[in-house]
Ligand binder design. Structure first.
Ligand SMILES: Nc1ncnc2c1ncn2[C@@H]1O[C@H](COP(=O)(O)OP(=O)(O)OC[C@H]2O[C@@H]([n+]3cccc(C(=O)O)c3)[C@H](O)[C@@H]2O)[C@@H](O)[C@H]1O
Ligand SMILES: Nc1ncnc2c1ncn2[C@@H]1O[C@H](COP(=O)(O)OP(=O)(O)OP(=O)(O)O)[C@@H](O)[C@H]1O
Ligand SMILES: NC(=O)CC[C@H](N)C(=O)O
Length: 594
């Protein structure tokens, strides 16, 4: 059987920085070539970054991607890598000059892959199945491809597909089988969510059986606004054996030696009808076949594939949030962050994540005690700062609050919230003055119920815990401290921050459970309502108390307007607030009679 050394380049690209992404592709191709790879594959839209959203609708951006691809092909050859087959994702447009219904001036955008060889783009592949659910809006941005591309590399027919093409029945997977491909290579930008690595492994395994050939799956890694990509690139045999697996959350070059079925003489046209969009008539993908080399490479001694163990659940979530924050800081040109440190668990965990992401020397904490602040809020914040080694300053807010109240008479909740607003103003002022990114410490349970002060503690530029329910906040904090013990380091989070009852400390003796159910119950209910989209009767049938259901559902529904004004934060769950769950703000629909 012919052999092929395949390199999967799990890289962290930057949306919109086409020149830097092209340079990245050149340098990782050099690394792959140095390891003797015959073929190197980069993620979906590696040249432009992913997702580029409405940048697809700018003709200038589409042209920049096309021109960069042509230049990259020449540069790779000039670098001496013309013989390496390079597969990469980029943004292209249809050859026809028709404007799209969404206002593209000429040529409709395509989510494409290029096969680069000997200074040329030898083959272009257009994504057939466009995802249009959850966080994906690809009907808005792209027109689908109609053809399966098979490229013969050293005597092996390699079928090419792009991300969602693997998730849907029919289309490229079936066409790969029908055309007797020796390898199905899929380039991806598959965002992280908890436990999705298991889902993908099962999917890739199933598709290998269906396509009747091994599958090589290269995924993007890195943070992009409210998405984080975990990598976890894979190579699976036809029988479903994992031949190679890259580590999660880091850039990695996964080099695998494969023995693959020899290409047969002719490539058969597929007969599997498939619609790229549900409303369309099924079409038959035409197989386009390009022969780069008919002859196999000379036999060589294969190396065993590298199989990185997947991270445990909590380690994976922690690493995903840390990567998301690091990339948000770096890609937006910041070097440091500022946040309010209350001695509570949310801000303590965010501080630990920030220090892991960008180094404690770049984390600026500010303790902002009011007249209701407990002693432990100050001492726990100081202890946290000492353990982590971050910068801490203290600014008492009582004089600012009383000066404000002297001019604007506020009472009750409005007066309570003023403290949170003064705090938010202080850290935004410091961010503005000193050039930091301000972090918002709120968690998903608070965001769900509106239990935060808008323009107060909800103020900031990035919210690392935005998709983390409170019960998971505690679990992550415990995990991080245990991890420190495993590494022989000082646990970053004071034990008291983990064990004390949560409180906003906006009035004497206030605790979260004055306003909310216990967090175990609240989070279970929120998961069923937000992620499970269950209605009132289903929630009650599932065993939740009707009065609790009514109060929590009302809180969630009424807080939509607050959520819309919340900063971005990384999606780690199947349904994050934001683009994953879109509800009207102005809405009279209620799950029950108020
Ligand atoms: N649909 C809508 N569109 C636009 N604006 C809308 C609106 N509905 C209310 N509003 C406005 O929003 C105001 C109420 O919102 P807001 O000012 O935030 O205040 P509010 O939601 O009334 O109070 C904040 C709650 O969060 C708690 N909190 C605060 C700080 C930290 C924490 C914590 O533990 O982390 C908890 C606090 O104890 C209190 O229970 C209304 O007075 C109204 O002006
Ligand atoms: N005394 C304070 N000093 C500095 N920042 C504060 C203070 N009190 C609140 N904050 C900021 O406002 C945010 C919300 O406050 P809150 O007290 O509700 O949260 P927390 O203390 O982090 O966690 P918990 O909700 O478990 O108490 C905090 O995460 C913190 O960033
Ligand atoms: N970029 C894509 O096509 C991703 C879609 C795919 N279903 C995923 O979540 O991984």
């Amino acid at each position: 059987m012919p052999q092929l050394r395949v390199a999967l380049a799990q890289v962290d690209t930057t949306v919109g920085d086409v020149a830097a992404n092209a340079a990245l592709i050149r340098s990782w191709t050099a690394r792959a070539a140095a390891q003797g790879a015959h073929l190197v594959a980069f993620p979906e839209m590696a040249l432009t970054g992913y997702p580029v959203e409405d940048l697809t609708l700018r003709a200038s951006f589409v042209e920049a991607s096309r021109e960069a691809l042509a230049r990259l092909a020449k540069d790779l050859e000039a670098d001496g890598y013309g013989e390496v087959v390079v597969v990469l994702g980029y943004l292209d447009r249809a050859a026809d000059q028709t404007g799209s219904p969404i206002g593209v001036p000429k040529g409709r955008p395509q989510n494409a892959a290029a096969v680069v060889h000997r200074g040329q783009v030898a083959q272009k592949v257009v994504k057939h199945h466009l995802p249009n659910y959850g966080v994906f809006d690809e009907y808005r941005f792209f027109v689908p491809g109609r053809e399966l591309s098979v490229v013969r590399v050293h005597g092996v027919d390699v079928a090419l597909a792009i991300c969602e093409d693997l998730w849907q029945e029919g289309g490229p997977v079936a066409a790969a089988r029908d055309s007797d491909a020796g390898l199905l290579l899929v380039i991806n930008a598959s965002p992280y969510e908890r436990l999705k690595d298991d889902v993908r492994l099962e999917l890739v395994t199933r598709r290998a059986a269906q396509a009747d050939c091994p599958v090589a799956f290269v995924n993007l890694v890195g943070g992009q606004d409210d998405l984080v990509f975990d990598g976890d690139s894979l190579v699976v045999s036809t029988a479903g054996e994992v031949l190679a697996r890259a580590p999660q959350m880091v850039e990695h070059l996964l080099v695998t030696d494969l023995e693959l079925a020899a290409a047969t003489d002719g490539v058969k046209a597929t007969t599997t009808p498939t619609a790229a969009r549900p409303q369309e008539e099924p079409s038959v993908p035409v197989v386009r076949h390009v022969v780069l080399h008919d002859e196999p490479v000379a036999p060589y001694e294969a190396r065993p594939g590298e199989i990185a163990p997947p991270l445990d659940d909590l380690a994976e979530v922690y690493a995903a949030i840390t990567l998301a924050l690091r990339d948000y800081v770096r890609k937006n040109g910041f070097r440091s962050v500022v946040l309010g440190l209350s001695g509570g668990i949310d801000s303590s965990l965010v501080a630990a994540i920030a220090a892991d992401a960008i180094g404690a020397e770049n984390v600026y904490g500010v303790s902002l005690p009011s007249e209701y602040s407990s002693d432990h809020s100050k001492s726990d914040a100081a202890d946290l700062a000492h353990r982590i080694g971050l910068h801490l300053r203290t600014i008492a807010i009582a004089p600012i609050v009383s000066a404000f109240l002297g001019e604007v008479a506020l009472t009750g909740v409005a007066e309570e919230n003023l403290q949170a607003r003064v705090r938010g103003m202080v850290w935004m002022g410091l961010a503005n003055q000193e050039g930091h990114l301000a972090l918002t410490a709120g968690n998903k349970s608070e965001l769900a119920t509106g239990y935060s002060t808008i323009y107060g503690d909800a103020a900031g530029g990035f919210g690392p815990l935005k998709d983390v329910p409170k019960t998971l906040v505690w679990a992550l904090a415990r995990w991080r401290n245990e991890e420190a013990v495993r590494r022989g380091e000082t646990p970053p989070i004071p034990e008291n921050a983990i064990t004390k009852p949560p409180s906003a400390e906006l009035r004497p003796g206030q605790v979260d459970q004055d306003s909310l159910p216990e967090y175990d119950l609240l989070d279970a209910l929120l998961e069923a309502y937000v992620e499970g989209a269950q209605g009132r009767s289903e929630l009650i049938a599932a065993g939740f108390d009707p009065a609790v259901v009514d109060s929590v559902v009302t809180l969630v529904d009424r807080a939509e307007w607050k959520r819309r004004q919340y900063p971005p934060g990384p999606k780690i769950s199947p349904v994050a607030f934001g683009r994953d769950r879109r509800l009207p703000i102005t809405s009279r629909w209620r799950e029950h009679e108020a």
